[in-house]
Design a protein around this ligand. Structure first.
Ligand code: HEC
Ligand code: HEC
Length: 322
């Protein structure tokens, strides 16, 4: 065999391998999708009766009330299993069968320049807000009949909320979360138009009095569950999606040299004292609107005190307790 023929043979084997792998990935997605009886192959059929969108009377349950407590981590797991075969998620990531999804929440429909979207999806007015993502992920072919997204849909409401919370965490321009319990239809617009609807920051009760009794061990356990997906906390640990947090208590905002912080967080005056940390962890997006930290917040003051006590314990010279 000449070397040219060898190359050809090699290329053929490679192509076959890649095709096989892709087919396997897609197969997994289709087989393990939430609604396996509706495979993506039906897109053509679904598109046909497009004249009658009323044919889908039962829309998705609203998720506005679920978002505040949705699990970014769980959402990330679902996306890795069900979406990542077609979508990359990192900033500037390559398009696959579907477009890269970084920054999609709050961006226009068809937000990636140069991706070959279907006209029906690209033509939808307005940005991707929480309500439209909810409808889309519930049943893509009903939201945009004729879409190219060959995915049956995510019927479980909590899972949709988790997935959207995760997408929000990788979307620096995501609108504020709708207040929990808000009227679903009005919520996204109202929340975007009136950030004043969240007076929480002014009402943050002082964390100081709770610090003496706070439990760093409980805080550590909470940290591993809710923060470690993005942060390391050991001395000299690698930054992940978020900066390494060793010795952050008492240090300036944006304490880690070389980490790519948002301007809004880095620009906050003063050090991370107990009250600043508490206000931040209660509602990151309100404390620093536009922050890159995609974390919905810790409502419970004891949880906040515990996790701050844990962060405090990670320091050679901890800041004295208030
Ligand atoms: C089989 C491949 C495939 C799977 C699986 C898939 N998608 Fe998609 N996705 C696409 C394609 C193709 C498009 C473009 C659709 C169009 O143009 O009509 C798209 C578009 C999107 C958009 C709109 C992007 C934009 O720029 O407007 C979002 C959001 C999205 N997908 C989220 C998801 C999520 C979340 C999941 C998993 C729960 C998922 N997709 C699973 C292929 C897929
Ligand atoms: C989805 C990823 C993610 C999760 C989950 C997350 N963070 Fe973050 N965190 C970030 C990012 C990104 C930044 C940088 C934010 C910016 O620059 O606006 C950050 C910044 C911080 C900072 C400021 C660090 C500094 O150097 O100024 C603290 C403190 C912090 N996070 C604590 C926590 C705690 C505690 C939890 C869990 C209760 C948590 N984070 C959960 C991504 C995350």
């Amino acid at each position: 065999m000449s070397s040219l023929e060898l190359n050809k043979a090699f290329a053929a084997v490679l192509t076959a391998g890649i095709t096989f792998m892709l087919a396997g990935q897609l197969g997994k997605v289709l087989v393990h999708g939430e609604r396996p009886h509706e495979s993506a192959i039906r897109i053509g059929d679904v598109a046909a009766p497009a004249g009658a969108p009323a044919a889908a009377p039962a829309g998705p349950e609203p998720i506005a009330g679920l978002l505040a407590n949705a699990s970014v981590e769980n959402g990330q797991g679902i996306v890795q299993k069900q979406c990542a075969a077609c979508h990359s998620l990192n900033e500037g990531g390559r398009n696959g069968i579907g477009p890269n999804l970084y920054g999609v929440v709050g961006a226009a429909h068809g937000h990636i320049e140069g991706f070959n979207y279907s006209a029906v999806l690209k033509g939808k007015p307005g940005p991707w807000d929480y309500a439209s993502l909810n409808e889309w992920l519930y049943k893509p072919s009903a939201y945009a009949p004729g879409t190219r997204m060959g995915y049956a849909g995510l019927a479980n409401t909590q899972q949709r909320a988790d997935v959207i919370a995760y997408l929000r965490s990788i979307s620096p321009k995501a609108p504020p979360l709708p207040p929990a319990g808000a009227a679903p239809a009005a919520a996204p617009a109202a929340a975007a138009a009136a950030p004043a609807a969240a007076p929480a920051a002014a009402e943050v009760p002082k964390i100081g009095p709770l610090m003496a009794a706070a439990d760093p061990e409980k805080g550590g356990a909470l940290f591993r569950r809710q923060c470690a997906v993005c942060h390391t906390a050991n001395e000299g640990g690698k930054s992940g999606v978020g900066p390494n947090l060793y010795d952050v208590v008492g240090k300036p905002h944006g304490h880690l040299e070389g980490f790519n912080y948002s301007a809004v967080l880095k620009g906050k005056p003063g050090p991370w004292n107990y009250e600043e940390l508490s206000a931040w962890l209660l509602a990151p997006a309100q404390y620093a609107p536009g922050t890159r930290m995609g974390f919905v917040g810790l409502k419970n003051p004891e949880d906040r005190a515990n996790v701050i006590a844990y962060l405090r314990s990670l320091s050679a010279n901890p800041l004295p307790l208030p």
